[in-house]
Design a protein around this ligand. Sequence first.
Ligand SMILES: *Cc1c(COP(=O)(O)O)cnc(C)c1O
Length: 348
Amino acid sequence: MNIEQLIRPNIKTLKPYRAARHDFASGVLLDANENSLGSVIPADGLELNRYPDPFQTALRARLAVLAGLKAENVFVGVGSDEVIDLLIRIFCEPRQDSILIAAPTYGMYRVAAEIQDVEVRQCLLTEQFQLDVEKLKSALSATTKLVFCCSPNNPTANLLRQDDILALCDTNAIVVVDEAYIDFSDAESLATQIDTYPNLVILRTLSKAWGLAGIRLGYAIASPAIIEYLLKVKPPYNINALTSSAALRALENPGRMKQAVRAIVKLREHLSEQLKKMAAIERVFPSDANFLLVRCREAKTVYRLLAERGVIVRDRSAEPLLGNCLRITAGTAEQNSLLLNTLNEIKP
Ligand SMILES: *Cc1c(COP(=O)(O)O)cnc(C)c1O
């Protein structure tokens, strides 16, 4: 497996922008036209008048420790959404290459590809919401550069079988496994497999289990060859000082994240049991994430009535395999009660 062969030629030869902070990060800094007097707001010891570290050394080192890997295996982006966008730009030649997705799944893979004028090939998941490996493999061609697998999958909420994902790694494509919800499941991350599969990229985010969607921080775990290209094409200062600082503070205490996850899983399980008793709900699918996929008798009606009472859920009923399905995030005990009480008033 040769990653170099899959890189777009213009990216291979690209001379990356060298920003001031690439060369020196300390000293008498008169090189970046910053405000030498300081920032107009106080910021808890952060030097907000200075451009942040373009390599995010501390943050990547910390994430690597938590993953049991090296900093050279970690890339941080403005949410995993930025990583998805960069991967497509590194590997996919517009109007020539394609990506492959297993639908229904997270919408950003398609949007990021379409923005780059990259074809999106789509295979349906099986009825059990698992990968159809044979179908996926036959949808691949030499110009299919990336395969996206989301596990646990959004919006179906289930884990994908690891053997199926690894079977896709035995192709010539880059396999991107989006583990945004992995902390809510009992599964082992596939991050342990990156030394075996140089074409495997794992995506993680602080937006879900860590409760930090507002700071916009996601990361990729992959072989150094892929991480180097991500570093090469990223905007020089993509991660700002406030985000870095908040992320580092949060990552000091994984115990708190795990505690929150346990609480959310309990709330989700309780919500699931209650939803199963509702006349308006036909089916509650098993979940390995912090949300539930439910099949209603009439999704549009349920969605509208909930919204009228100020309870906002996601209507996924237009997607393949998801007729009459809504996606509901596990809320607080109070929020879940409000949802359930409102649903109770809906007569079939
Ligand atoms: C929420 C979510 C993300 C997170 O994206 P960020 O840009 O990191 O906030 C990524 N993938 C999936 C499948 C998600 O549901």
